[in-house]
Design a protein around this ligand. Structure first.
Ligand SMILES: Nc1nc2c(c(=O)[nH]1)N[C@H]1C(S)=C(S)[C@@H](COP(=O)(O)OP(=O)(O)OC[C@H]3O[C@@H](n4cnc5c(=O)[nH]c(N)nc54)[C@H](O)[C@@H]3O)O[C@H]1N2
Ligand SMILES: Nc1nc2c(c(=O)[nH]1)N[C@H]1C(S)=C(S)[C@@H](COP(=O)(O)OP(=O)(O)OC[C@H]3O[C@@H](n4cnc5c(=O)[nH]c(N)nc54)[C@H](O)[C@@H]3O)O[C@H]1N2
Ligand code: SF4
Ligand SMILES: [Mo]
Length: 740
């Protein structure tokens, strides 16, 4: 029988309506806390330092942590409201089971755990071990990422484990490995401050990494030129020296054309290219047809502007290239990444002061979480699960036979396909809300309905969790010790601030208990997070992401340590490649040919407009956390359709009209936000909402062939003006001030 989600009415009966937590004050002891604990924000990859205020084992507020070296006390709107999740009325405090026709019923841990384990065993006995899959997430610490990689392979004995970074960092990871043989930002942010040119592609820094604007402003105060590559005039593009408002999906055409100008004008570093790189000739040969005139047609950016960008980049002595999901969320995400890295290598500006390159990691532990082995093709230390040497080493660390270590499994969206095919029957998810965050959500919903058994571990009941048979109450960021690795590659400490409320448990305790009941308890005898970290250090030793020399004590003493850090006396590596010893097989940095190709779905007569999706400053990812915090909801209460006035005029659309957006996969109806800050052929929808407002009802689930990232940033849509107005309340005043 198809499994239906527990309905909204039932959820309201059982949990009350979703409450938006009061924005400020109202907490006993805000001005008289028991203690202040230094830790980091739970949201984005900047991992700003923050001090949480605790009273009676509850987080009641925060203070800036001015000494923390990166953000020096600064926080963005999400950072200053994050503490409201703890002690939130929606917080899950006990396990629940689904009872058809009734809804979710609170149960004891014993009943929950025995159900989970008996269902895992039943499914694996009936259909094989790989029929039970696991999805993990990188809002989790390094310790939990490592634990999940080991748990899936050693306790669940399944190959099908993947993580939500598959929707986020994997194109950058694959591109970095191709070019450098190692997957990390090449520099820490201090190198930004004196770069002569900063080029930022597909990153809405002011809204998505607000505290990173400070080193960029500092660089501009020092005279740096800023080039922004984005189809929208995002806030920090408004004062940029050059804004390249390209058509979504055309970055590799743009970067190819810029490279050709660099080569044609000899604005390249021949010595660096000759001595430290390979693949230059092939790459240059692959872009001979990427002329300025051709690029203007493909990208929609004038030949003059493209030339100017090449000149600014080519003539500078120091530079920094940054990109994020705008160039990575594509079926050619890896191509886009390597084509931007080609510009860095051509000018040899890497591994020197004020010269560098970074992909800006998205989630809190987007960096560390992509190294510790909870990806379907990876073992700890960023090792390859198909490499016999790597398998042997990890099997030894884990005390198992190499033959018992599963091989490469399916990636996140491929797991959804396998559920549809009937190959995967059971699922455990932790820290992932795929119904909101995966593309083509109707298809994802059908998969959830097909599962024979699904268990979700979360601290809030997410949209996906409503399809679960069992929901386990896990822990918030501040309820368990650990480490995360910031977007710079700096490993920092997350401190346990309070204990989980009610009957909620630490995530790692839940996983260890399932492992014990599955008969692998001896392999999961970790006393605490530090014990997990210490095993992880050994497992990472000798891998490209080598954490061996990092200890909790060393992190605390130095306010973080940059990996690679191969020995206890090693200071860590803030700036990579000063030694010019790249981690590729030939020891050189690789140019990679990436000639332009089309996106999977291009606009046509029936669906003539490009739809791109992304973020707004006050909401975070699937919104499961930030949609529960009043002040953040007030800033941007529901998704709006960003549309240019000229395109709007074609359809007779005015500000606040309700517009039906249709693609080949679904439709949503949203109020129009008519702004001059977007291309005329493109509309934009933020994706932080589920249900009938979900941008992912529309998006295309085609994947990059190498990284398996979905194409969130381009699909073809059509618009219908319903001629109805959205109620006034639906348009946030704050957001309207962005319109021009
Ligand atoms: N407020 C907030 N901050 C966040 C998050 C959040 O949800 N909310 N999430 C965090 C996470 S996990 C991530 S991954 C990051 C993401 O951070 P970003 O990548 O900065 O965020 P997005 O809004 O997804 O996309 C960035 C920009 O890409 C542009 N874009 C769209 N298509 C293209 C294209 O084809 N080429 C180019 N060059 N640009 C294009 C969009 O117009 C958008 O401005 O943010 C992190 N920080
Ligand atoms: N259309 C479109 N879709 C996108 C994107 C886009 O730009 N456009 N961006 C993609 C990107 S970059 C990303 S990163 C994904 C993110 O997609 P998801 O990972 O699905 O989003 P989250 O909101 O982080 O969902 C995590 C869930 O885990 C829970 N959680 C958070 N921290 C913890 C923890 O410590 N322990 C436990 N037990 N649970 C926890 C939260 O409550 C939430 O329910 O979305 C992707 N989807
Ligand atoms: S910039 Fe990122 S880490 Fe810093 S406060 Fe905002 S969401 Fe948190
Ligand atoms: Mo992300």
């Amino acid at each position: 029988m198809a499994k239906l989600p527990v309905s909204e009415e039932k959820i309201i009966d059982q949990f009350g309506p979703h409450k938006h937590y009061p924005p400020l004050g109202g907490f006993k002891g805000v001005s008289n806390p028991d203690k202040l604990v230094k830790t980091h924000c739970c949201f984005c990859g900047m991992q700003c330092g923050i001090q949480l205020k605790v009273k009676d084992n509850k987080v009641v507020g925060f203070e800036p942590w001015k000494e923390f070296i990166f953000n020096e006390g600064r926080l963005c709107p999400k950072g200053v409201q994050r503490y409201l999740q703890n002690n939130h009325p929606d917080r899950l405090q006990t396990p629940y089971k689904r009872v058809e026709g009734v809804g979710f019923v609170p149960i004891e841990w014993e009943e929950a755990m025995s159900k989970v384990v008996s269902e895992i065993q039943r499914i694996q006995k009936q259909y094989g071990n790989d029929a039970f899959a696991m999805l993990s997430g990188v809002s989790l610490t390094n310790e939990k990422s490592y634990l999940h990689g080991k748990f899936a392979r050693v306790a669940l004995k399944t190959k099908n484990l993947d993580y939500n970074g598959r929707l986020c960092m994997v194109s950058a990871g694959a591109g970095n490995k191709k070019a450098f043989g190692l997957d990390r930002a090449s520099n820490n942010w201090s190198d930004l401050k004196h770069a002569e040119v900063i080029m930022v592609a597909g990153a809405n820094v002011s809204e998505t990494f607000p505290t990173l604007t400070y080193p960029i402003w500092e660089a501009r105060d020092n005279g740096a030129k800023l080039i922004v590559v984005d189809p929208r005039v995002v806030p920090f593009a408004r004062t940029a020296d050059l804004h390249l408002d390209l058509r979504p999906g055309t970055d590799s055409a743009l970067f190819g054309a810029i490279l050709k100008v660099l080569v044609d004008n000899n604005w390249i570093d021949k010595d660096f290219i000759e001595n430290y790189t390979s693949g230059f000739e092939d790459t240059v040969a692959s872009i001979q047809d990427h002329t300025l005139e051709w690029a203007e047609k493909v990208t929609g950016v004038s030949a003059e502007k493209i030339y100017k960008a090449a000149e600014m980049w080519g003539k500078a002595k120091t530079s920094f290239a940054l990109h994020a999901r705008g160039i990575e969320h594509h079926t050619k995400g890896v191509d886009n990444v390597v084509s931007m890295i080609n510009l860095v290598l051509a000018t040899g500006r890497i591994g020197k002061p004020y010269c560098g390159y970074a992909t800006i990691t998205g989630q809190g532990n987007g960096q560390g979480g992509r190294e510790q082995g909870h990806k379907c093709d990876q073992l700890p230390g960023n090792r390859d699960i198909e490499n016999p040497e790597h398998r042997k080493y990890i099997a030894e660390v884990w005390g198992i036979n190499e033959a018992d270590l599963p091989g490469k499994g399916l990636s996140a969206h491929e797991i959804i396909h396998a559920i549809h095919r009937g190959e995967i029957k059971g699922l455990l998810s932790i820290c992932f809300n795929p119904l909101v965050s995966l593309p083509n959500s109707n298809y994802v919903r059908e998969a959830l309905e097909k599962l024979e058994f699904y268990v979700a571990i979360d601290f809030f009941l997410s949209e996906t969790g409503r399809y679960a048979d069992i929901v386990l109450a896990g822990s918030l960021h501040e309820e368990e010790d650990g480490t995360v690795t910031t977007a710079e590659g700096r490993v920092v400490r997350i401190n346990q601030v309070v204990t989980p409320p009610g009957k909620a448990r630490k995530d790692s305790e839940i996983i260890k208990e399932i492992a014990r009941r599955l008969g692998s308890g001896d392999k999961f005898n970790f006393e605490n997070s530090e014990a997990i970290f210490n095993e992880m250090r050994v497992a990472s030793k000798g891998g490209t992401a080598d954490y061996y020399g990092i200890t909790y004590e060393k992190i605390e003493k130095n306010m973080g340590v940059f990996w690679p850090c191969p020995s206890l006396d090693h200071p860590g590596t803030p700036r990579l490649w000063e030694d010019r010893k790249f981690r590729t097989p030939d020891g050189k940095a690789h140019f990679n040919p990436a000639p332009y190709r089309l996106s999977a779905e291009m606009p046509d007569e029936e669906y003539p407009i490009i739809l791109t999706t992304g973020r707004v400053v006050s909401q975070y990812l699937s919104g499961s956390q930030t949609r529960r915090i009043g002040k953040l909801v007030d800033q941007y209460p529901e998704p709006l359709l960003e549309i240019h006035p000229e395109l709007a005029a074609k359809y007779g659309i005015q500000q606040g009209d309700l517009i039906r957006v249709k693609t080949r996969r679904g439709e949503v109806t949203l109020p129009a936000n008519v702004v001059a800050t977007i291309r005329k052929d493109t509309v934009f929808i933020p994706y932080h909402w589920g249900g009938c407002h979900s941008a992912n009802l529309l998006t295309n689930d085609s994947l990059d062939p190498v990284s398996k990232i979905p194409e969130f940033k381009v699909c073809a849509c059509k618009l219908e003006n319903t001629k109805e107005k959205a109620p006034d309340s639906k348009l946030s005043n704050a957001y309207q001030s962005f319109s021009h």
